[in-house]
Design a protein around this ligand. Structure first.
Ligand code: ADP
Ligand code: MG
Length: 682
């Protein structure tokens, strides 16, 4: 029982068609069936007399069919009436087959499981679960598990497969007894047996309560697997090899001398961390966190120079074309005077230009390459890539980051993000990263004043824009994404632009949006940067990284529809120069409670860390991780916020398990993560 035997098991025991459906549920190995746990439970242990069946919960009743007919009004449906000694009940089916009709023919005796509600013609059940029975048939003696499933795979089939698997082989323990007892956890085998086949003493509420010891055991195991894999990834990285990068500091000194400002203490500290990390013969995987406007770009430039000094190439990747371009312009302006060639690569580059850039990168003349993910397409190869810098890393999916890691001989990686990782995520999904934090803003920034204004008062806002322009400042007017529809968003931006051109004829009003060609966008942005345009109407393309110090006012339409991180990022586009800056959040009424809560958070906070924390509370971690598009395996059972104590315990015990009981650790990882580990290393 207590040995970490082979638990990988054989392939699923099912016909190919069923196997395919199981695969959709993530069940590939026989053992995965064991970890496919019920969503909820149905109570078929108790029969209610029809007249006494309570509302608002699933109940089982039994009766004789007294009527069964297809009605056509208000739409086609099967209406059945059953009756027991206590009363009558209508069963209503909108979707049904001929077989349902036969099963429910007049005179048959059936059990129906469902929720009773008051209908127009008395009590009814809509789409109950039906079973034909004979008088006195025994009831189930324990609750019936209901599993997550896919179309075409019925509960009975799934239940049978799972139960067969539970009986087929012993479920070995993957925690040493000593550790398990000290944690007060129940044995794994008991926990899964209980959840799949609960005893009669358990109620549905007890079984779905996450605090049930059986659930605690599964959650702990899941979190432990995550911690183990993170530790191993960290270890593997620390043992892997990467070029030792130790420059002489000459280029860095030149850039620093040319800047109109000195680095803040926080910038110096993180730069030192990066520089000493890339001087080690192991791949760096470091996250540089710093609030919007904290000055990450110059740190990236200096880190790049450290690598260039040592004869290596550097790639800097940004999530959007506009942002990548801004980096390119800025970095080229900083590095060209030092005699360093910077290449530019994006998806919208013409074939010929792209070929030229790729040649310079392959030949090694371009010491720094800046671009979008086009930098890491197959036709691009670097002569001597030493450092990869990824800006706004959380905007890239895990898949993209993986592709990047596989490119080249595991060079050092620096990821930058203005969205701080909340503590629980840092402890789990990002546990294999090293983190540097810029916890100080450059001096002389005036805090941004945030105003919440009802969209009905738009005229006042336009007057406010005019005033800002008259004072020599520039303004962003942002039209956010509306209901995921890019076309609609575009239309709003185009309309808004037209209206503002009319309202403010005395000022230059520009428009940028995602559908424009890169060259057009660059043209408009260029005019805005040169102050030929005073007002820039933009879709959310300007969300990240755009840097125009003279812009001191930002108006954001439909602020109530936007995510907090996005609002914070947007707001960070102003307040970069010395002028007093403000951000006007226009909202449409009525506001939902959720929208109110979010606007309150952004109104009351300017600290990105605090906003991220509250954001996580409101949204949950899924969106932060960008898991949906990336295929990152999310936690199935544990909840990072609710199960923080289990997470902490798992984090503490993972290294002990690896150290003292390595076979147990290996067995545990196989059980939980077989074949999926690589995602966790990203
Ligand atoms: P972010 O961290 O949001 O990417 P940026 O790197 O774009 O921030 O920097 C924001 C602005 O602050 C830029 O105009 C940059 O030149 C300026 N900046 C960076 N570091 C300093 C500093 N130490 N002192 C003054 N200004 C700085
Ligand atoms: Mg930036």
């Amino acid at each position: 029982m207590n040995s970490p035997a082979d638990i990988a098991g054989q392939p699923p025991l099912a016909a190919p068609a069923t196997a395919k459906k199981l695969e959709k549920l993530g069940i590939r190995r026989r053992f995965d069936l064991v970890l496919h746990l019920p969503l909820r439970y149905e109570d078929e242990t108790h029969l209610y007399p029809i007249a006494q069946a309570p509302y608002g919960q699933a109940v089982l009743v039994e009766g004789e069919v007294t009527q069964c007919e297809v009605q056509f009004r208000p739409r086609r449906q099967l209406v059945v009436q059953i009756e027991d000694k206590s009363g009558k009940l209508v069963l209503r089916f909108i979707h049904f087959y001929g077989s349902t009709q036969q099963q429910l023919a007049k005179g048959r005796r059936v059990r129906a499981l469902g929720e009773v509600r008051r209908g127009f013609f008395g009590d009814e059940m809509v789409h109950p679960k039906i079973r034909e029975v004979h008088e006195g048939d025994p009831l189930a003696d324990s609750l019936t598990p209901v599993y997550p499933t896919v179309n075409g795979l019925t509960q009975p089939v799934l239940r049978r497969l799972i139960h067969a698997e539970l009986k087929a082989q012993p479920l070995p323990e993957t925690l040493p007894d000593e550790m398990r007892r000290s944690l007060g956890l129940m044995p794994f085998a008991d926990a899964v047996q209980l959840l799949h086949r609960p005893g009669p003493e358990y109620s549905a509420t007890q079984l779905t309560d996450g605090n049930l010891p059986a659930w605690q055991r599964l959650k702990f195991d899941e979190l432990l697997a995550q911690q183990l894999s993170m530790r191993l990834a960290y270890r593997a990285r620390r043992q892997g090899s990467a070029p030792v990068i130790a420059g002489d500091g000459s280029l860095r000194a030149q850039l620093l001398a040319s800047l109109p400002f000195a680095l803040t203490g926080a910038q110096q500290k993180v730069l030192a961390e990066i520089v000493s990390d890339i001087a080690l013969p192991h791949p760096m995987n470091r996250l540089l966190q710093g609030d919007v406007g904290s000055g990450k770009t110059v740190v990236a430039a200096l880190a790049a120079l450290a690598a260039i000094e040592a004869g290596f190439q550097v790639a800097l990747m940004a999530p959007t074309e506009i942002l990548a371009e801004q980096h390119y312009v800025k970095l080229a302006a900083w590095l060209a005077p030092l005699g360093i060639e910077v290449a530019w690569l994006s998806g919208s580059l013409r074939k010929k230009a792209r070929g030229e850039m790729a040649a310079k990168i392959a030949g090694g003349e371009a010491r720094l390459a800046v671009g979008t993910h086009a930098l890491f397409q197959d036709d691009v190869s670097f002569a001597r890539l030493g450092l990869v810098i990824v800006d706004e890393q959380h905007r890239f999916g895990v898949g993209q980051r993986l592709a990047l890691q596989e490119k080249g001989a595991a060079p050092h990686q620096l990821m930058m993000s203005a969205t701080p990782i909340p503590r629980t995520l840092a402890m789990s999904f990002y546990a294999d990263l090293d983190v540097s934090v810029i916890d100080e803003l450059p001096p002389g920034r005036t805090p941004i004043v945030t105003k919440l204004i009802n969209a009905a008062r738009r005229d006042e806002v336009v007057a406010f824009v005019d005033k800002a322009c008259r004072e020599g400042n520039q303004v962003y007017w942002v039209c956010p994404l509306i209901e995921e529809s890019e076309t609609l968003q575009l239309q709003t931006a185009v309309d808004t632009h037209a209206v503002l051109v009319e309202d403010l004829p005395q000022w230059g009003v520009g428009l940028v949006h995602g559908r424009m060609k890169a060259a057009e966008k660059a043209e408009v942005m260029g005019r805005f940067i040169r102050n030929e345009l005073q007002l820039l109407v933009a879709t959310t393309v300007i969300e990240v990284g755009v840097d125009v110090p003279n812009a001191s006012l930002m108006v954001i339409e439909h602020a109530e529809r936007m995510g907090l991180a996005q609002l914070h990022q947007l707001r960070g586009r102003v307040g970069r120069g010395a002028a007093k800056s403000s951000c006007v959040l226009l909202f449409e009424t009525p506001l939902s409670e959720l929208a109110k809560a979010r606007l309150k958070v952004i109104y009351e906070n300017t600290d990105g860390f605090e906003i991220a924390r509250q954001d996580l509370n409101i949204r949950g971690p899924g969106e932060f991780l960008g898991a949906r598009q990336s295929g990152l395996p999310m936690l199935r059972f544990a909840d990072l916020e609710a199960d923080i104590e289990l997470l902490e315990a798992a984090r503490e015990l993972a290294p002990q398990l690896l150290q003292r009981w390595p076979q147990y650790a290996a067995a545990h990882l196989t059980r939980w993560l077989a074949g999926r580990e690589h995602f966790l290393k990203a």
